[in-house]
Design a binder for this molecule. Structure first.
Ligand SMILES: [Zn+2]
Length: 264
């Protein structure tokens, strides 16, 4: 049984600053426990949602923007039991791990000495951590080293677009996924470079045909316009169940796929 927990559906600079929607990324429990894109609030929201960051095996960081990597240091401190043992893996784009252009590596030497491994990936590369297979996917983003992820679980594949604009053939790399997670920053009719708008998300979901689509990284303008309307549009025009990655949303996947919104 694979269990996913979402820690907020926000993204982009203004949503991140205001925290109208959380920016904690999402958590996958399968062979290993993985936290994807732990942005601002990820650590606190993890604990508030019943997760234990001390038990995380790997952090996946798609690129070097703060809404995706902010809580990495405290997550490393958690995985290593307060820097008292050598545990955990940090995997990310070349910009996050090695530093590129105007970005320096966010994994200080101080943290590296207590991690089992720190690995950078480029699109198309594969990784195996304790039998959990992970593939880095292509994006087109303002951090040119940004990668998406495809995580192969015992119950099927989960794809995550990360931040990207639409490009020809983008869907091919997500094919065969049971869960499709899309960073939809802008609503219909309000596109900006380097990000997906609702229309792009609809086209991707239609082609990939997952069992469920999850939209996250909702930007401030899309939030104000009404993200529910955008969700509804994707679901109606594709016929595929579409959810918003609100804090506390859980998805369970084995033979069947089920989900549960946060119980207050
Ligand atoms: Zn970004």
């Amino acid at each position: 049984m694979v269990k996913m927990t979402f820690l907020g559906s926000g993204g982009g600079r203004f949503m991140t600053i205001t925290q109208k929607r959380g920016t904690g990324g999402f958590y996958i429990e399968d062979k290993i426990k993985i936290h994807v894109d732990p942005g601002p609030g990820a650590h606190l929201r993890s604990i508030q949602n019943g997760l234990d960051p001390r038990k995380t095996d790997a952090l996946l960081i798609s690129h070097c923007h703060t809404d995706h990597f902010n809580d990495v240091p405290i997550m490393v401190e958690s995985m290593t039991g307060g820097m008292l043992k050598k545990e955990g893996y940090v995997i990310g784009s070349k910009s996050v791990i090695e530093g590129r252009d105007e970005f320096a590596s966010i994994i200080f030497p101080y943290y590296r000495k207590n991690l089992k491994d720190v690995l950078s990936l480029s699109a198309g590369e594969n990784l195996d951590i304790k039998g959990q297979k992970i593939q880095a996917l292509k994006t087109k983003h303002s951090d040119p080293f940004a990668i998406g992820f495809k995580i192969y679980t015992d119950s099927g594949a989960i794809s995550y677009t990360s931040d990207t604009e639409y490009f020809k053939g983008i869907e091919e790399q997500y094919l065969g996924s049971r869960i499709m997670i899309l960073n939809v920053t802008r609503p219909n009719g309000d596109k900006i470079p380097f990000h997906l708008a609702t229309e792009d998300a609809k086209n991707i979901v239609k082609r990939v045909n997952p069992e469920v689509a999850v939209i996250t990284h909702i930007g401030y303008k899309m939030h104000l316009k009404g993200a529910e309307e955008e969700r509804h549009y994707i679901q109606e025009s594709t016929g595929i169940k579409t959810l918003i990655a609100d804090e506390g949303l859980k998805i369970y996947m084995n033979g069947q796929l089920s989900y549960q919104e946060k119980v207050e």
